[in-house]
Design a protein around this ligand. Structure first.
Ligand SMILES: *[C@@H]1O[C@H](CO)[C@@H](O)[C@H](O)[C@H]1NC(C)=O
Ligand SMILES: *[C@@H]1O[C@H](CO)[C@@H](O)[C@H](O)[C@H]1NC(C)=O
Length: 351
């Protein structure tokens, strides 16, 4: 009898502890900054050639609709939002179909083609990172008007902030244009970008953000476009680019440690897609994929954006067999696997 009582009490206590922990850890919104890896359609509303709001993009999205996401379906912030018990897709801030009512539980400021470096967003006239932050400040005002200051401040400090960018700084800028490569060695350029990332997180912190996921770089030398451009070496992954990504990720790791030490009450984690994506690329069949070196859309070697168009007869029929959707971006299935990985290994602390 006494034992049963004791057991019941124990269970009740555990239940209460779980309850408290769960509500304390709750994330009321997911707020996204970055490039095409996380852009839900902001580029639809700006004047740039880098767009994907047409078929066959989005053909596996709800309703088979192109949204401006650079994939056949959902992208990582969508999967992450859903895993946190929020909506299954995060709307783009510039999309006129949505308002603060929708954005209160998740909003995306990302812009395909952007980078940490202002010179990167200039290349294709997309939204620079500093302007993404300006939009976020505007969002805070709207959120306070909508929810009231106290509730809005709570959302701002409890929200999960995702940052995912950097690939374009290397692939669209440093390695192909002379401006930065004549100015910086690759290591100096990594430090330059790391400094901008640090500055950005400090600004987010001063605006009230506390839970931040800093995204690492993928093995960018294995993107189909980079393999295509590496044809003299048999279209293998480009080691130089992969090494630059790994090295940069190492520096981001150091930055995360530093910021957690210096900024009171902040929790920054590194969401690193490198190893899981490399495993998928090297052993695609383990994950149910057939094709990894070329993409689903068109010939799979160079096409993305406008060149990945609905009239191309080579586009594959089943994107779930492909690691990459276009020559630069993963399929929805790959996005889902990467998301599950970073949720388990980095974001679980916020769940
Ligand atoms: C947005 O609204 C317009 C006009 O009402 C509509 O034609 C369009 O399909 C909507 N787009 C999305 C993504 O819902
Ligand atoms: C990028 O441009 C903005 C706006 O002009 C400026 O405030 C910022 O300092 C620039 N960033 C860097 C790292 O130069």
């Amino acid at each position: 009898m006494g034992l049963t009582m004791y057991t019941s009490l124990l269970i009740l206590t555990q239940f209460l502890v779980t309850l408290v922990l769960t509500s304390a850890g709750k994330v009321p919104a997911v707020i996204v900054f970055g490039d095409s890896s996380v852009d839900a359609g902001n580029n639809n509303q700006i004047s740039t050639v880098l767009k994907s709001d047409f078929e066959p993009y989005g053909r596996d999205f709800v309703g088979g609709k192109p949204t401006g996401r650079f994939s056949n379906g959902r992208i990582p912030p969508d999967f992450i939002s859903q895993a946190f018990g929020l909506k299954p897709t995060i709307p783009a801030y510039l999309d006129p179909n949505y308002s603060i009512k929708d954005f209160a539980t998740g909003v995306c400021f990302a812009s395909a083609g952007t980078g940490y470096d202002n010179a990167t967003s200039d290349v294709l006239s997309v939204i620079p990172l500093w302007r993404e932050l300006e939009y976020y400040k505007e969002y805070q005002k709207k959120l306070r008007a909508y929810l009231g200051t106290q509730k809005a401040n709570e959302v701002i400090s409890e929200a999960l902030y995702l940052m995912s960018l950097g690939t374009n700084d290397f692939l669209e800028n440093y390695y192909i244009l002379p401006r930065r490569s004549s100015q910086y060695s690759i290591k100096q350029y990594q430090d330059f970008l790391g400094g901008i990332a640090e500055d950005f997180i400090r600004q987010l912190y001063s605006l009230g953000a506390r839970k931040i996921s800093l995204g690492g770089l993928p093995p960018m030398g294995c993107l189909p476009l980079e393999r295509t451009m590496n044809f003299f070496s048999g279209s293998q992954c480009r080691d130089e680019y992969n090494n630059a990504a790994k090295e940069f990720n190492g520096k981001l790791k150091g930055l995360v440690v530093k910021l957690n030490r210096e900024l009171k009450g902040i929790k920054v984690v590194l969401s690193n897609p490198y190893d899981i994506l490399m495993q998928i690329i090297q052993k695609p069949s383990l994950f149910g994929f057939d094709v990894t070196a070329v993409a689903c859309c068109a010939t799979g070697t160079i096409e993305m954006g406008y060149t990945c168009d609905r009239y191309n007869p080579f586009t594959c029929t089943d994107a779930s067999k492909y690691v990459f959707w276009d020559s630069f971006h993963p399929t929805e299935k790959t996005n889902s696997l990467i998301s599950a990985h970073v949720i388990k290994h980095a974001l679980a602390v916020f769940l």
